[in-house]
Design a protein around this ligand. Structure first.
Ligand code: NAD
Length: 282
């Protein structure tokens, strides 16, 4: 294997140590960071994500309150819950696990979260701040990708970054963060023509689609940095990213594994955002 592995698991562990120290420092000021997690319905993947987030809070001394709501929950009930948490001085971060049940407009619920407690960074005011080049709460997965790139010393300024996937939670904010670091960014999506050639021109190639083996070895420029955000459950029950790891790692200069790449960094950035929100609260 030619590529160097970008080990998100180990970097996330380092971030968690720093978070723990921050939690101890905040305790001196009489503050205990508190996270509220709202989980609606029975989506098994959401349950796993939430369990991992709650466990990471426990390990670092962040208080976490989990609100489990039925799949039949109304939008009004969720909005009321968020409004109450906005006013709770012991809660510094509010996380609404997506997707929400179909009768609920997720946008309405996310826009109800006080921007200072929006540790996922999905509120329009936080996304707008990012667009304006003055990031406040940055969405956790893109923030985790940037931390991985910075930690590995991957050159950003002047490089061509190709991001596949344009969601509000991954692709779009990541494109903005890369642009802010002076990369030349191409943002691709399901209607993009000639994805293969676009991908092959990338110094930094990010796949955030949700389709196993979308990125083949032929789509990777020799020496490029390949970041695999995708999480796909295969028929044998195992997890795979969007990149054909075996083929791409023969060509790439750096590559993230799945699992153990971007996933752990997402949770680490969530903890960081929560502790930062707590620190700014008094
Ligand atoms: P999404 O479904 O909201 O967006 C997918 C994007 O992929 C869309 O912009 C769409 O245009 C694009 N797309 C679809 N088919 C395509 C194709 N054939 N070619 C090019 N682009 C195509 O998904 P999302 O919420 O951004 O998540 C993307 C993936 O990342 C999923 O697998 C998700 O599970 C994973 N994810 C992982 C983490 C993590 O922490 N590791 C966090 C968030 C999301």
């Amino acid at each position: 294997m030619a590529a160097r592995l970008l080990d998100g698991k180990s970097l996330a562990a380092q971030v968690r140590v720093a978070v723990k120290r921050e939690v101890e420092a905040l305790a001196q000021r009489g503050i205990r960071p508190g996270l509220a997690v709202l989980l609606a319905g029975e989506n098994p993947a959401s349950r796993v994500y939430v369990r991992n987030k709650v466990r990471a809070c426990e390990e670092t001394g962040v208080r976490s309150d989990l609100y489990e709501l039925p799949a039949s929950v109304s939008e009004e009930a969720l909005v009321d819950r968020v409004l109450a948490l906005n006013d709770d001085p012991d809660i510094h971060g509010i996380l609404v696990q997506l997707p929400l049940p179909k009768q609920v407009d997720a946008h309405e619920v996310l826009e109800t979260i006080a921007p200072a407690k929006d540790i996922d960074g999905f509120h329009e005011s936080n996304l707008g701040a990012l667009l304006a080049g003055r990031p406040r709460m940055v969405p956790c997965t893109p923030a985790g990708v940037m931390r991985l790139l910075e930690h590995a010393g991957v050159p950003l300024a002047g490089s061509h970054a190709v991001v596949i996937g344009r969601s509000n939670i991954v692709g779009k904010p990541l494109a903005l963060l890369l642009l802010q670091r002076d990369a030349t960014v191409t943002l691709c999506h399901s209607k993009s023509r000639d994805l293969e050639n676009l991908a092959r021109s990338a110094d930094i190639l990010v796949a955030a689609v949700g389709r196993a083996k979308l990125v083949t070895g032929r789509m990777v420029k020799p020496g490029a940095c390949v970041i695999d955000v995708g999480v796909n459950r295969l028929s044998d029950g195992s997890l795979a990213g969007d990149v054909d790891f075996a083929a791409a790692s023969e060509v790439a200069g750096w590559i993230t594994p799945v699992p153990g790449g971007v996933g752990p960094m997402t949770i680490a950035m969530l903890l960081e955002n929560c502790v930062r929100a707590a620190g700014a609260s008094k």
